[in-house]
Design a protein around this ligand. Structure first.
Ligand code: KMT
Ligand code: NI
Length: 175
């Protein structure tokens, strides 16, 4: 995992977009984003432990690539990149490939989080974010859920007034 401020150029979303301003794991935690690196022979057991501690009861797997998705791939990649939030945490364990999660900073700038195999990332409920594959066009991820799998995106600005957004903003301003 490597995090940095997004450079806001008009290049394709799948380019690196590194502004040269790094963001630390500590800074990520200030906006409620949690990160673990889980690799090696016992990776899945360790993941199971974190999942049990945090009551992640369900999981599935997704492959985002032209091979796996066929002709809807480009449309999917565009829609993952629409700024949105969820009423639950977004929990992703990267099983292979790589990609970018962008999250909004406290000052409403984009922070880009480059993930690869072994990264476990938790985005808090209510944070505005988006996802894209990188120029390799392949990522395989496990999606974990506290309850039934739901990942309904609520786009900005529609989500500005919902309860979970207000609750989230309170947790950030308390830091
Ligand atoms: C999301 O929420 O945008 C996704 O699940 C994308 C695929 S997970 C790497
Ligand atoms: Ni999302």
């Amino acid at each position: 995992m490597r995090a940095y401020y997004y450079d806001n150029t008009e290049l394709d979303q799948r380019e690196v977009h590194d502004s040269g301003k790094p963001v630390s794991v500590d800074q990520l935690s200030q906006v409620g984003v949690l990160y673990w690196r889980i690799t090696g022979d016992n990776a899945i057991e360790e993941l199971d432990k974190v999942a049990a501690e945090r009551s992640y009861k369900n999981r599935d797997q997704i492959v985002v690539s032209p091979e796996a998705m066929g002709e809807i791939y480009e449309t999917k990649v565009k829609s993952f990149f629409d700024e949105h939030l969820h009423e639950d945490e977004e929990i992703r364990y990267i099983l292979g490939g790589s990609g970018f999660f962008d999250v909004r900073s406290e000052g409403d700038e984009w922070i880009r989080i480059a993930v690869e195999q072994g990264d476990l990332l938790v985005l808090p409920a209510g944070i505005y974010h988006r996802f894209t594959t990188d120029s390799k066009n392949y990522i395989k991820a496990m999606r974990l859920f506290k309850e039934d799998p739901v990942w309904t995106p609520i786009n900005r600005p529609l989500a500005d007034d919902i309860e979970i957004r207000r609750e989230y903003l309170k947790t950030v301003s308390a830091n």
